[in-house]
Design a protein around this ligand. Sequence first.
Ligand SMILES: *[C@@H]1O[C@H](CO)[C@@H](O)[C@H](O)[C@H]1NC(C)=O
Ligand SMILES: *[C@@H]1O[C@H](CO)[C@@H](O)[C@H](O)[C@H]1NC(C)=O
Ligand SMILES: [Zn+2]
Length: 379
Amino acid sequence: MSRAALRVSLLLPLLLLPALGRASSKSDNDQKHGGEGSPHSPGKGHSHWSYEDREHWDTDYPDCGGTMQSPINVDTARTIFSPDLRPIQLSGYSLPANEKLVLKNNGHTVVLELPESLAITGGYAQQYRAVQLHLHWGSLLAPGSEHTVDGRRFGAEIHVVHYNTKYDSFKEAMVRPDGLAVLGAFLEVGPSENPYYQEILEHLYEIEGVGQQTLVSGFNIAGLLPDNLKLYFHYNGSLTTPPCYQTVKWTIFNQTMKLSRDQMSILVNSLRTDDSDLLQNNYRPVQDLHGRWVLASFQTTLPSQKHTPGSDGSAATAEGHSSSFHAGDVLAVLFGVLFAVTALAFLLYIYKHRSQNARLDSPTKSKVIYTAASTENTA
Ligand SMILES: *[C@@H]1O[C@H](CO)[C@@H](O)[C@H](O)[C@H]1NC(C)=O
Ligand SMILES: *[C@@H]1O[C@H](CO)[C@@H](O)[C@H](O)[C@H]1NC(C)=O
Ligand SMILES: [Zn+2]
């Protein structure tokens, strides 16, 4: 093999690397934004923003155009397994029935105000106090979670908002890089009624209008979150509504919550907006990662599973996987061949070089090398 051929075979993998990078970042952006927004007129009065207007949020709220925005799609194959992510620990979440909580329709969602006795005491490096929880949902026709996992959107999503106890108030914390921690979980339709969600859902008819509020008796708020608080994804992001401050350390649980079909219907069909339309599809589309990392507290795939895309259940997931697996396999074969050619060329080169040098080798030469090494050792 000639020198030129050798050089080409060594350079080819390097030339291909940028193309590989482009291919993988493109697949990140290929998100489907289906089922968003109903075609009614933009909201007026009361609040300054609406979901119809979400492409222009950054005009009034510049952070909404930032590079650490939420929600995101969690691509499980690209998460980084981090064994040091400890289980989330909640304290003070079980409230007595005589403690009354305010439940309110704020025009964008239903908010349950939480007493400061609720806290995250484990799983994060610092302590966080709860402020409120709220939900995001779709409609009877389409799911409406904010985050997606492997391109899949879930029925609805709960957010429990906390602020770092090193700050005096939520307001002060929300503008600090380490100010907020939000726990998120997905809601799906399951076979039976969920008694914890019922504590909230049974009051929605009382707060149909924007600005209306009611009182809810205390219950075990932890029942609104999964039993398994060990399995979750973690990333740095933002509030998903204006002002979109990039101050949220997100936890997205891997276990989902189950509501009955009737309960899901009540959630998506009760509250109204300013225009007295139904408040539906109150979720923001997924945002670009801009190179951020998503950590996982658990191993998302066993190495052997990565190459059997057909084996993992739902159509949506399989569809999302198959194209990237094909591209990956082609590249793997390509690199394998290139590596073999390069290795062969290298061996030939060494072999040729040796037979040339063999004639030049002399006792004098090896003596010179030996002397140099020993000088170095004593220095
Ligand atoms: C989130 O941001 C903090 C502070 O900049 C950084 O130390 C941490 O590694 C980031 N976490 C992730 C998952 O990137
Ligand atoms: C939970 O993790 C598994 C394994 O990676 C993944 O297939 C599934 O989509 C995840 N579900 C959620 C809701 O995170
Ligand atoms: Zn939210």
